[in-house]
Design a binder for this molecule. Structure first.
Ligand SMILES: [Fe+2]
Ligand SMILES: [Fe+2]
Length: 269
């Protein structure tokens, strides 16, 4: 059977949070504390943070984000910066406090590549062809689940205003991801949670976990991804407020398409 294979059938749980916006007047510390508590109860194998840890890239904002993220009881974290983190030369604080802006985590059965899609002092995102080969090499060396984490969107998301949120080179990057058989793309940015499927890739956009920088009737939320031998489920969880199943896919044994749709709930919750 082609597609995802998890060695020794151990399920993998990934907590995906985004857009903390520490330092913003809309940042709510209680929401982040609650999110951290809920994640610690889940005991995920991996925690992914897809950018906008801070509101303006200032060192004190980074330190606040670091304090909260340091309370997460998980050894394997993938953290990438967002456009807000790259304001005011914020990338130097990111590198000092969180490490590389582009990073790879390989665990048994899963490879996660984190990409910095931000540009200094710009809201727009870009990956750039100079990183495609690097990306392909890491995914080519993996036979398990392949996950890309970045801040900006690769596909437009409804309810996010006039489109300027997709990385400049989204078309070329999507082709690279399809060629690499990537399974899952996790991102944040506009605080509107959403799910798309394109070819065999599931794209999960997380909302903001801990701020009230909200559009329309969206609520603070984060994602939890459960991957088993032949199933992938994504839950949208609301700090203090329960959860809903938004993706439930099973491997198609006929290999016509890798995934059979069981449930995909779109919309912003
Ligand atoms: Fe944001
Ligand atoms: Fe953003």
């Amino acid at each position: 059977m082609e597609g995802i294979e998890v060695p020794d059938k151990q399920p993998v749980t990934i907590a995906h949070i985004s857009d903390l916006h520490a330092g913003s007047q809309h940042f709510i510390p209680n929401l982040l504390s609650q999110t951290v508590d809920e994640i610690n109860k889940l005991r995920p194998q991996v925690v992914i943070v897809t950018g906008d840890l801070t509101d303006a890239g200032f060192r004190q904002e980074y330190k606040t984000a670091k304090t909260f993220l340091g309370l997460i009881d998980c050894d394997d974290m993938v953290i990438v910066p967002g456009n807000h983190d790259s304001r005011n030369v914020g990338h130097i604080h990111f590198e000092e406090l969180f490490g590389l802006r582009n990073n790879v985590l390989k665990l048994p059965g899963i490879t996660i590549v984190g990409l910095d899609s931000s540009e200094p002092d710009l809201d727009a995102g870009r990956i750039g062809r100079e990183r495609y080969k690097w990306l392909e090499e890491h995914f080519a060396a993996s036979d398990g689940i392949k996950v890309l984490a970045l801040h900006h969107h690769l596909l437009p998301v409804p309810g996010t205003g006039r489109e300027r949120n997709v990385v400049y080179d989204a078309g070329d990057l999507l082709e690279v991801l399809i060629r690499c058989n990537v399974d899952l793309v996790l991102n944040g940015h506009k605080h509107v949670p959403y799910v798309w499927r394109l070819e065999d890739i599931v794209f999960c956009t997380a909302g903001t976990a801990s701020s009230l920088r909200l559009r329309g009737k969206t609520k603070p939320c984060y994602n939890v991804v459960n991957i088993e031998q032949d199933k992938i489920k994504v839950y949208r969880k609301y700090p203090f407020g329960g959860q809903e199943l938004i993706v439930d896919l099973a491997l198609n044994e006929k290999n016509v398409c890798k995934w059979d749709r069981v449930t995909t709930q779109l919309g912003s919750g």
